[in-house]
Write a protein that binds this ligand. Structure first.
Ligand SMILES: Cc1cc2nc3c(=O)[nH]c(=O)nc-3n(C[C@H](O)[C@H](O)[C@H](O)COP(=O)(O)O)c2cc1C
Length: 132
């Protein structure tokens, strides 16, 4: 039995290409060690991330992210147990999308990703991660 956790976070400052490289290298190496898989979506200064693995490992990593100074705000969207991993092949898949792309995929017209996340259900956000 695995555990999953989906959250939304807002970056303190704009991430440069180098910032993303550093973040992903750090995340993927620790995730590999802890057996965490998942997907990280970045959209104009905000992140939507799904972490999956053993409950204790997922909670440990989320506790680190919660106090990460690169984020100013973080909100857990949903968590729970699951039989299988969605992202078994990825220690952390990454995608960077613009709000226009999200609006197009979701057939809506939100001014930014924060507004989109406010109105979207957890299932919708999980589907968005899968589609992106
Ligand atoms: C948006 C975002 C996503 C992150 N994702 C992960 C992740 O998937 N796995 C991970 O180990 N660290 C991730 N981190 C980094 C952690 O916050 C933390 O810096 C790192 O795990 C080291 O934690 P420690 O100082 O408690 O050892 C992420 C940070 C940010 C800002």
């Amino acid at each position: 039995m695995y555990y999953y956790l989906l959250y939304f976070g807002v970056a303190k400052n704009d991430f440069t290409e180098q910032d993303f490289d550093v973040l992903l290298e750090q995340a993927r190496s620790r995730n590999h060690y802890l057996g965490i898989t998942g997907k990280l979506l970045h959209c104009e200064g905000a992140f939507i991330q799904l972490l999956e693995g053993l409950e204790v490992a997922v909670k440990e990593v989320y506790d680190s992210i919660r106090i990460d100074e690169r984020l100013v705000a973080i909100k857990k969207i949903t968590e729970g147990h699951c039989e299988e991993r969605y992202y078994a092949d990825w220690t952390m898949e990454f995608k960077d999308v613009g709000i226009e792309e999200i609006n197009k995929m979701e057939n809506c017209s939100h001014p930014n990703v924060t507004e989109y996340v406010k109105t979207a259900s957890a299932v919708k956000l999980l589907k968005l991660l899968a589609k992106s």
